[in-house]
Each structure stands twice: as C-alpha cells, then as structure tokens.
Design a binder for this molecule. Sequence first.
Ligand code: TMP
Length: 214
Amino acid sequence: MAGKFITFEGGEGTGKSTQIKLLCNYLEQKGKEVVATKEPGGTEVGLEIRKLLVCGDKDKFDAVAEALLYFADRHIHLSQKVWPALAEEKWVLSDRFADSTVAYQYYGYNKRISREVLEQLYKIAVGDFKPDLTIILDLEPEKGLARSFAKARNMAIKELRFEDRELEFHQNLRRGFGEIATAEPQRCVVLDADKTVEALHADIVRVVSEKFGI
Ligand code: TMP
C-alpha cells in the first residue's frame, strides 16, 4: 500500500492525541493527505464497541473478552477506514493499535491470557499487515493517570474502566510496551513523554523525518 501507517502507543495520559494533532499539521504542511484515527472507536460501529470496553465496572468482563472485542473493533477499523485510506496514498495516524492489546490484555493482566491466543486473533483480524512506524510514549503511570483523571472530570460519560485498575496493572503495561519495543526495534521507537508538548513534538518530527525522509 502506498500510504504510511503510524501508530501511537502508551499508557494512560501520555499525550498521544495532542501529539497526533501536531504531527497531522506537520505532515499536511509537507503536502501529505492525513487521516487521524483511533482504536477503539475509529468507525461508527467501533464507537459502539468502545462504549462497551471503556465504560462501566472494571471487572465486568475479563482479558479474553476484551481482546475479542478490541480485535473486532480493529478489523472493522482496518477494513472500513485504514486500508482504503492507505490505498489512496494517505498517511494514517492511529491513536493505539494492536500493541495496546498486548500491553493491556497480556502484560497488564499479568499474562492471564496466552500470547498464542493474541497471535491467532491478530492473524484472523489483521493478517500480515503491520504499522510502518510505532511511536511509544513513555511516562510514569502516576503522572499519566493524574492527567487522565483530570481530563475525565469534564467528560459527560466517564471512560475510566482501565484507569480504575490498580497501579500494578499500569506498571505492568508500561513494562510491556518496553518489551514490545525491544522485540521490534525496526518498527518501534520509545520516546520520553515527560517533557513539554513542544519538545515531544520535536522528537516525533525527528523520528518521522529520519524514517521516511520528509
Ligand atoms: P484511549 O483512552 O487511549 O482512547 O483508549 C481506550 C482504553 O482502551 C485505554 O484505557 C486503553 C484500552 N485499550 C486496551 O485495553 N486494549 C486495546 O487493544 C486498545 C486499543 C485499548
């Protein structure tokens, strides 16, 4: 496919959506057509799935059920939005993708779901497709969660199902993102998100420019 698929990953409150907006502007100034999207909820049906996943009691279902729903959302997202945009040579920036399932449903839950099951689901829902670049924003969970809870105060519907999990869950998933990056250094870059919005944006522009020569 002719376009580029860049995913942003990280724990809660790491600033992904702000950085996606800034990178979107940067790429548009460079003459690219850009689609900014997210998981879960990058499509109309996906928004329904998102509600099931991020609202309500943290224990309403387990990691296996979550993984199935995230991959359902992902398959719809890819087939209805991401793949058609890439085929039209657009650059697609996604706020989360499959690394979040590995980090949250596997590492976050202390590996209570098997890695093989996640790999099988990936094959079914995604096939051999992968992001061209994954930017992992790394931040101490205490700092990220404080940002997330502050943001949620202004939300009519509280999307705090994962934020409500214990600190250990968030520490596990941060370690998980680190392991994902170590296993795939060609695709993944970890950036320190504990800096100003402008400084982090500059780091992201540097990574994107080096990788794609723009
Ligand atoms: P967001 O708040 O970054 O939009 O993401 C929604 C929540 O869903 C967030 O708490 C992370 C979680 N999540 C997973 O647990 N697994 C996944 O595969 C994805 C994409 C998100």
